[in-house]
Design a protein around this ligand. Structure first.
Ligand code: SF4
Length: 270
């Protein structure tokens, strides 16, 4: 059994940590990116304060959630209404999260609002299109396969069963790469959508809000999850569960280490 050491607190066991209480897209994705990072976050339970760019993404998501909820309820969802929500959210949440802004909070706040305004101007979603579902939490049990349940929250389901996921990004993504990098998450949503509705999704969309000086919007439209993708996801889920049960938490160094919050812990691992 491989056991990371040199942590300040003794690590929890997998069972005590709850790491296998359920499966989620973010857990699967982190495990596939780096098993040791997964260990630090979900088994040892080391939670880091968000970096500014991550908080920008969180604030953008919160405003888009509000935008979707308001459209769903038939309430005003214009830019002026959302401006107030954004200002209140930023003020209350940023203060609580211990973010090290390095004197640049105003710059990040402006960046978040600019990219939101651009999205609201350019969105392919008509204002009068009523969502099918907004921020819906779904669970799919895998009891028959002896696996923990898959749980997730779907940002938005457009009319026609089109699953939408919002992302913020530093640069516009290539469509093929966007599909490749987000396949785990979107296929998890497809599984959950089918569980909740009993039928296949109409398609999937990734809306990338690009935080360049002149903000951009990149929409990647994808077909419904294929049988091959569904099989691939199940193989990843099985491998993930076996890996966590077997405490297979080796580091997986790569370019992603550049933005990993656990580099100090990682260098102390042996
Ligand atoms: S620094 Fe790299 S190898 Fe180490 S935990 Fe982070 S992602 Fe994994």
């Amino acid at each position: 059994m491989i056991q990371p050491v040199a942590l300040k607190e003794p690590p929890a066991t997998v069972e005590e940590s709850g790491a296998l209480d359920y499966i989620s897209a973010s857990r699967l994705k982190m495990f596939s990116e780096c098993r040791l990072k997964f260990y630090f976050r979900y088994v040892a339970g080391i939670v880091k304060p968000p970096v500014p760019a991550l908080f920008v993404g969180t604030a953008v998501h919160a405003v888009l959630q509000q935008w979707n909820l308001r459209r769903w309820r038939g309430e005003p969802a214009d830019v002026d209404t959302l401006r107030g929500f954004f200002a209140d959210y930023w003020q209350s949440e940023a203060a609580q999260r211990g973010i090290d802004w390095q004197g640049e909070e105003d710059k990040f706040r402006d960046q978040a609002w600019r990219v939101l305004c651009h999205y609201l101007e350019q969105t392919p979603i008509p204002l009068d299109e009523r969502p099918e579902a907004v921020e819906v939490k779904v669970e799919r049990d895998f009891i028959a396969a002896g696996l923990p349940p898959l749980v997730g929250v779907i940002d938005l389901v457009r009319s026609g069963g089109r699953i939408v996921d919002f992302k913020t990004a530093a640069r516009a993504p290539d469509a093929q790469m966007a599909e490749h990098l987000n396949e785990i998450q979107l296929c998890c949503y497809a599984v959950l959508y089918r569980e909740a509705t009993g039928h296949e999704e109409g398609g999937m969309e990734i809306h990338h809000l690009v935080k360049t000086k002149q903000p951009k919007l990149a929409v990647t439209t994808l077909a419904p999850m294929s049988n091959d993708q569904a099989r691939r996801l199940m193989k990843m889920i099985v491998s993930y569960v076996r890996g966590v049960q077997g405490e297979d938490f080796v580091p997986c160094p790569g370019q992603h280490c550049a933005w990993c919050d656990y580099r100090t812990e990682c260098r102390n691992w042996h």
